[in-house]
Design a binder for this molecule. Structure first.
Ligand SMILES: [Zn+2]
Length: 340
């Protein structure tokens, strides 16, 4: 019988779910806006509801079975995988806290959702889900070890070592954006410290620096481009940079310097030679990545190759990764879903 899993990608603004078969083919997908007002229970009620609608649309009954003779043939749901932007205790399937959906905290998400859906669920951090997708189907294919680094409103990393996700003792290995670069100096980050790497170079944080420079009397076209100081974001920053605005150039210089140092420190601590960069800021392309690479090279005195790649899977990366988490967790049937 054909088997499927549901890949569920919870994002700060949107949550997507899709059915994925054993050949990793996606069929049927749904997405809905992530409501930051919902607490863990309400949020996962909504997830279960959407997953149910997805299943019904593909001919499955509420126990996750599709009968012989239905369109697509007999099939069953083996489980669901969830990627969430949260600090997660992986073994317990427990969400400690969630960065953009702050009301989802201290919540036993895995067991709650599994009870609602009626089949096994596995939940992990979204960066790790994306890392797994890129490692198996994207830019990280062919490498033994890989670091996936989302560079967007925040910065983070997820690591595969010898083909396996490394989670650490409690489950948040890879929160390297919060390594301290300048103790007590700089703007305060959501981690509770001043001077972590993220506080110097993430998309959200660089905007905080820009606002400080403006408040100190600095001149920039970003205020008028955005239609006000409070509306400046990384897209406005890129536009201003392209027109040669000195403050925008200063901001991008600051970002590339700290990103380059961050990558270098990751490289010397882990010696992983494949960096796959994802996230919105990577869309800036060479104007960001070129200088980052130059900073990295300035400190790296070894000739052996280090690969900086941009993520290959765009829109479905999160759901594919969540589905991979599920396939890894469900018992194999006749070895048919053994993965490399
Ligand atoms: Zn931090």
């Amino acid at each position: 019988m054909k088997r499927f899993v549901i890949g569920i990608d919870i994002g700060g603004t949107k949550t997507a779910c899709a059915l994925v078969d054993e050949n990793r083919v996606l069929s049927g997908a749904r997405s809905f806006p992530s409501d930051p007002e919902l607490d863990g229970e309400r949020f996962f009620d909504r997830v279960a509801e959407e997953a149910g609608t997805l299943l019904a649309g593909q001919g499955f009954d509420c126990s996750g079975k599709r009968p012989e003779g239905a369109e697509g043939g007999a099939a069953e749901i083996a489980g669901a995988g969830v990627g969430a932007p949260s600090f997660i205790l992986y073994d317990e399937g427990y969400i400690i806290k969630t960065s953009n959906l702050v009301k989802i905290r201290d919540f036993p998400a895995r067991d709650y959702l599994s009870k609602k859906l009626g089949f096994p669920v596995v939940i992990d951090n979204d960066a790790r889900a994306a890392a797994l997708a890129e490692y198996r189907h994207g830019a990280g294919r062919g490498f033994d070890n890989m670091l996936y680094c989302p560079v967007s409103s925040g910065i983070s990393s997820a690591m595969l070592i010898g083909g396996k996700l490394f989670r650490g003792s409690y489950g948040w290995a890879g929160e390297t954006g919060h390594m301290i670069a300048t103790p007590g100096e700089g703007v305060e980050c959501g981690c509770g410290n001043r001077g972590c790497y993220m506080s110097w170079c993430s998309g959200l944080m660089i905007v905080k620096h820009i606002k400080q420079w403006i408040d100190a009397g600095g001149q920039t076209i970003m205020t008028s481009l955005a239609g006000g100081r409070d509306r400046i974001d990384s897209i406005i920053l890129e536009k201003a940079y392209d027109s040669g605005d000195p403050m925008a150039i200063r901001a991008v210089d600051q970002m590339t310097r700290w990103l380059g140092l961050w990558f270098f420190n990751l490289y010397v601590s882990l010696n992983i030679n494949c960096f796959v960069l994802g996230g919105g800021l990577v869309k800036m392309g060479e104007k960001l990545l070129g200088p980052v690479r130059r900073v990295f090279d300035q400190y790296n005195h070894d000739e052996r190759p280090v690969y900086f790649k941009t993520a290959a899977l765009e829109t479905n990366c999160g759901t594919i990764g969540a589905a991979e988490l599920a396939w890894d967790a469900v018992p194999a049937k006749n070895g048919e879903n053994d993965v490399e």
